[in-house]
Write a protein that binds this ligand. Structure first.
Ligand SMILES: Cc1cc2nc3c(=O)[nH]c(=O)nc-3n(C[C@H](O)[C@H](O)[C@H](O)COP(=O)(O)OP(=O)(O)OC[C@H]3O[C@@H](n4cnc5c(N)ncnc54)[C@H](O)[C@@H]3O)c2cc1C
Length: 504
């Protein structure tokens, strides 16, 4: 079996830059800083397992690479002491991490040593979660310097290091003739971080981004390396994939791939919610991936984004009308009025899967920038009623809202997945950065959705009582047993897990 290690010149660039001037423009910044514009990279091939690129990055250099929004330009003007003191924030800037103690291993062995030594530790991905799920008061570990991509063409799988983002992975596998089944609205997030929270895109038949995982490598609390695969490990695997960072540090993820494909997307404007009452499946099934956007006013979706997988033998034809909605004749941003430059191409223009399935292009700031996000996942059989229940709160919601997105997710068998054993409708809110007002409103939305036993997105903001949240996961007790096995002393337990999984 021939395995190839693909290393990009972005990766080489990281090392060169760090050695030469310590600037943060790198794949690390690419992963952690939404404003980073990646260079086009060529792929060179070497034999599997050649982790021959020692990378040392101090915390100061990491802070420079990861600084939120303005930090990149300001850092150069600060003294080392000031840089050290710079706050470390998540992507949205609504969370300041509670520790300045960040480990940045360059090799698997270093991960093992760091994990073994730590008393309390949380893995940090690309910082795109909106709540404190990745936070630690004691120590965090980032695998941003580990980003090998190993393609197994024969098995149609790809194994990625814990620091690899979809932005780095997607063009790399596409160049070899492969694709992933789906992507989130943005490619900037890490694979390990996305699967940990059951991050999803849309599509009636598309499971979330954790569903193509076929194997995991995890460094557990005592520094041991555990390998789990769907094929060999049954329940243990199903419990570990959406792991919430609770089982250990995921150092490698193996994903099933598809043959590469092209996608075209078009946007339709103003689809009445009345159409959803009887045609919800047809509307969400009108493409490979379909998203509805709304501001909750006028009983309508302001935009319908339809992404179709193209069949080379079929014409790429789009009707001017869709269930009474009309095709947009210019490129749209989901948030009406925002410039659409950051969005992937629309108006039926074909393109590679990875440049159409996300709404936002890799080199641009996704979404609005400074914002908050909440998402509730309900059984699809109650989709229309759930939409109507939220709509009743429209006059409280709209003033705080940038936009809502409605998506579908296929059922899966991953214990802690928000789509565990149920076909799902995901009701998402991109909020203005007004946390006190949003926080006051969330219980009302949650109460409206209570009859549908919603599950909140693990990486977004919610106020649901822990006991209720826990009751939504029938496999929680088994999951906790697994956590106790791999992490008997609670090394990976932070306040988020303590509160949401362990308190009542
Ligand atoms: C602009 C924007 C758009 C978004 N769009 C979508 C979307 O379309 N669909 C959707 O579902 N979500 C979306 N999200 C949410 C986001 O995808 C999730 O919060 C995701 O988990 C973020 O991944 P991350 O790499 O940033 O991880 P982080 O936020 O840094 O961490 C998330 C969790 O993963 C764990 N983790 C990270 N790396 C590892 C590792 N190596 N080993 C073990 N655990 C690890 C952390 O401990 C933590 O528990 C969006 C977020 C933003 C900011």
């Amino acid at each position: 079996m021939r395995a190839l290690v693909l290393k990009s010149i972005v990766q080489v660039g990281v090392r060169d830059r760090i050695q030469s001037d310590g600037c943060g423009t790198s794949a690390v910044a690419h992963m952690l800083n939404p404003h980073f514009r990646p260079r086009v990279y060529a792929v060179c091939v070497s034999l599997a397992g050649s982790k021959d690129m020692p990378m040392k990055m101090t915390k100061r250099e990491f802070l420079k690479g990861t600084g939120a929004v303005v930090a990149g330009s300001m850092m150069a003007k600060l003294s080392p002491a000031e840089q050290h003191a710079a706050p470390r924030e998540n992507w949205a800037g609504n969370i300041t991490y509670s520790t300045d103690n960040l480990q940045m291993p360059a090799k698997l062995d270093e991960v093992r040593t760091m994990v073994k030594k730590a008393t309390k530790l949380r893995a940090l991905g690309s910082r795109h979660s909106f709540n404190t799920i990745a936070d630690s008061k004691v120590e965090q570990i980032s695998l941003a310097a580990l980003h090998d991509i190993v393609i197994n063409e024969k098995a149609s799988t790809v194994t990625v290091d814990g620091g690899v983002t979809y932005g780095l992975l997607s063009p790399t596998i596409d160049a070899k003739g492969f694709a992933l089944h789906n992507l989130a609205s943005l490619p900037h997030i890490s694979v390990a971080g996305a699967i940990a929270t059951a991050t999803h895109g849309s599509g009636l038949q598309n499971g979330n981004l954790a569903t193509p995982v076929s194997a995991l490598e995890i460094v557990t609390a005592n520094g041991e390396v555990v390998h789990l695969s769907r094929e060999k490990d049954g329940d243990a695997f199903l419990g570990a994939v959406v792991g919430l960072g609770a089982l250990g540090v995921v150092t490698r993820v193996t994903l099933n791939m598809l043959p590469t494909y092209e996608v075209a997307q078009s946007v339709y404007l103003n689809l009445s919610f009345n159409e959803l009452e009887h045609n919800l499946e047809a509307i969400f099934g009108a493409g490979y991936s379909v998203s509805l956007f709304t501001d909750w006013q006028k009983h309508q979706a302001t935009q319908v984004w339809i992404k179709r997988k193209l069949d080379p033998n079929q014409p790429n034809v789009w009707e001017p009308e869709f269930h009474g909605a009309t095709m947009a004749m210019e490129k749209m941003h989901p948030i009406t009025g925002h410039p659409a430059e950051s969005c992937t191409d629309q108006m039926g223009i074909p393109g590679p899967w990875y440049d159409r399935l996300p709404h936002f292009r890799i080199g641009f700031t996704p979404s609005s920038g400074r914002e908050l996000q909440t998402e509730y996942l309900v059984p699809r059989e109650h989709a229309y009623e759930a939409i109507l229940a939220v709509e009743k709160l429209r006059d409280q919601i709209t003033p705080l809202l940038f936009v809502t997105e409605l998506r579908t997710v296929a059922a899966d068998d991953l214990w802690m997945s928000t789509a565990y054993q149920r076909p799902t409708l995901a009701i998402h809110f991109t909020w203005k950065p007004m946390w006190p007002e949003v926080k006051a409103l969330l219980p009302q939305i949650e109460s409206a959705l209570e009859p549908f036993a919603f599950r909140p997105h693990w990486g977004k903001l919610f106020t649901l009582a822990p006991a209720t949240l826990q009751s939504r996961y029938t496999k929680l007790a088994a999951f906790k047993e697994m956590v106790a096995k791999y992490d008997p002393t609670g090394k990976f337990r932070n306040e988020f897990l303590e509160q949401n999984l362990y308190s009542s």
